[in-house]
Design a protein around this ligand. Sequence first.
Ligand SMILES: Nc1ncnc2c1ncn2[C@@H]1O[C@H](COP(=O)(O)OP(=O)(O)OP(=O)(O)O)[C@@H](O)[C@H]1O
Ligand SMILES: [Mg+2]
Length: 258
Amino acid sequence: MSGEPILELTGVRKGFGPVRVLHDVDFTVRAGEVTALVGDNGAGKSTLVKCVAGIHPMDAGTVRFAGEPVRVAGPRDAARLGIEIVYQDLALADNLDIVANMFLGRERGPGGLLDEAAMERAARETLASLGVRTVRSVRTPVSALSGGQRQTVAIAKAVLWDSRVVLLDEPTAALGVAQTWQVLDLVRRLADQGLGVVLISHNMADVFAVADRIAVLYLGRMAAEVATREVTQTQVVELITAGRSGELGLARPETAVV
Ligand SMILES: Nc1ncnc2c1ncn2[C@@H]1O[C@H](COP(=O)(O)OP(=O)(O)OP(=O)(O)O)[C@@H](O)[C@H]1O
Ligand SMILES: [Mg+2]
């Protein structure tokens, strides 16, 4: 199923009050691939993934999931489909350990009681299945983890629930070189396991290291969706800053300027 569209957005519009942020955006996420979503500050990347995850209602647009039209009216709809988002600020609870964080808000167990042993096992298995070896114990409080390890826990939390699509909003922004590589490696492995992965990043080296495709938002418009191997970093930077690069991009990017 690798390369099959798992999530297809068409004609997405979103505004906040009188301000239009997304203009008829089309965006496709494919199973087994990493799609980088790039664009300048304020281009609408976070808004788009929040629409996908049901956090912001779309003003217009259609969503197809695994080929079927679906309605994502809220985060629960998204979660039911297996769409998970990892925010830049992570929303982990510092004082809790890894297991507690991974199940936060979704504790399972008979009668609402937590089965600690089962949760601990699931947390350990998920980390192991992702090839995470740098976390010694799942009972470590998150406050004692490095930035990269926290990011790993947040990603593991997102894939704990049979996810099909994971959206990562700048997961490496605050990380050093070695930790960035660990997280990118994990991102790649998620795709290799068949998930559709969306990676928002401002770092072209990261994007070119791990993404199969690149989608460029320019002032709320989708300027280009291209295969990584068919473009250069210079072209992508031009698309980001000007909405156009040679034959690629918006026909008249100047009209996008308000
Ligand atoms: N909740 C909100 N209310 C009003 N305006 C918003 C809201 N969220 C985002 N915006 C506006 O929408 C535009 C796009 O913001 P968004 O956060 O999607 O950009 P981004 O591409 O993720 O940028 P960055 O790279 O800086 O994270 C910005 O002009 C921002 O001010
Ligand atoms: Mg953002």
